[in-house]
Design a protein around this ligand. Structure first.
Ligand code: SF4
Ligand code: MG
Length: 338
């Protein structure tokens, strides 16, 4: 498989009065064509900033992509080096983004049809009528019944799940090679969440679009992803195929995340075990392993030297000193298979 995206040593900071927040600190990964990659981690781990940087959607306050970072898209566009207008072109023709809250991204004063067809006409030379027909096809593709009637409706006339489907239709309007979905189901209730994930999976199969899905929800990951990137404090701490992460996790942070997955037998979200402690201050990140302050297995070396990435298999790595040959054998808190 050919890569659609090669991210190498990505570093992104925010300049604040008090100093520089190092939100993303050396992230590297490859996404192959037609693959679904999940980026997981708690809020503030840098997963959204990574996604926004790939699309060069500048967050507020403006971020700085550090020298030496590289994001190669489709083997030919170095995203970190494109001018704003080149980037706008790439984004409009080849990338689509789906956000958490469709209401803030949809225009309340425009009909659904106008919004989708506007997106189509911005980048493809087609007549209004053709664009509307294509909009109606897209609505059908995202599972909206009576698409012709829906074209005339306004966002407030639709349910939350419907609005998210419309957002997905807009993201698909340019036939993107890469679709980035940032917490696409977080604002929806559980049944609708499952429908949206099914839809994304369907679309991925039909269109062979590569997808990056950003989420804190490992249930979502298990449903849709082939590969998983676990992020903590601006770094990738573990990455591998879905089975490797779920059945043979190697990083204590991943163990913590897996333990906090809601089980079928627990009915409320408050029953989740969360990982005690808080992530480090990224104004001044710790020099060793960033998870050390919360890690029950932390050793002296952990607070002093960054572990780097230890190889578990050709496709699986973990940034943890426990994988060093001289490290003690620890008892794993979770059974294989979570
Ligand atoms: Fe814990 Fe050390 Fe591994 Fe970090 S490197 S996760 S502190 S054992
Ligand atoms: Mg986020």
């Amino acid at each position: 498989a050919k890569p659609i995206l090669e991210v190498n040593d990505l570093r992104v900071s925010f300049k604040m009065y008090a100093g520089e927040v190092q939100a993303v600190r050396g992230v590297s990964f490859t996404l192959n064509k037609g693959e679904v990659l999940a980026i997981v981690g708690e809020s503030g781990c840098g997963k959204s900033v990574t996604a926004q940087t790939i699309m060069r959607l500048n967050p507020t306050p403006p971020s700085i992509i550090k020298e030496g970072s590289s994001i190669l898209f489709d083997g030919k566009h170095e995203i970190t080096k494109l001018t704003n207008s080149q980037m706008e072109h790439v984004r409009g023709e080849e990338m689509g983004m789906i956000f958490q809250d469709p209401m803030t991204s949809l225009n309340p004063t425009m009909t659904i049809g106008a919004q989708i067809s506007e997106g189509i006409r911005k980048h493809q030379k087609v007549k209004k009528v053709e664009a509307l027909l294509r909009a109606s096809d897209l609505l059908a593709l995202v599972g909206i019944s009576n698409p012709h009637e829906r074209l005339h409706q306004y966002p407030h006339e639709l349910s939350g799940g419907m609005r998210q489907r419309v957002m997905i239709a807009i993201a698909l309007a340019c036939n993107p090679k890469l679709l980035i979905a940032d917490e696409p189901t977080t604002a929806l209730d559980v049944t609708i969440q499952a429908q949206i994930i099914d839809l994304l999976r369907d679309i991925q199969k039909k269109t062979e679009t590569s997808i990056i899905i950003i989420t804190h929800d490992l249930g979502v990951v298990a449903e849709i992803a082939q590969r998983v990137l676990v992020m903590y404090a601006g770094r990738v701490v573990e990455q591998g195929y879905l089975d490797e992460i779920f059945y043979n996790p190697q990083h204590p942070y991943t163990w913590g995340l897996l333990r906090s997955v809601p089980r079928l037998d627990s009915d409320t979200k408050s029953a989740l075990v969360s990982i005690p402690g808080t992530p480090p201050d990224l104004f001044a990140p710790p020099k060793g392993c960033a998870f050390a302050a919360r890690c029950p297995y932390a050793m002296k070396v952990c607070t002093e030297i960054d572990p780097g990435h230890f190889r578990v298999s050709d496709t699986h790595s973990s940034a943890c000193w426990l994988l060093h040959e001289d490290a003690p054998n620890v008892e794993r808190p979770i059974e294989a298979g979570g």
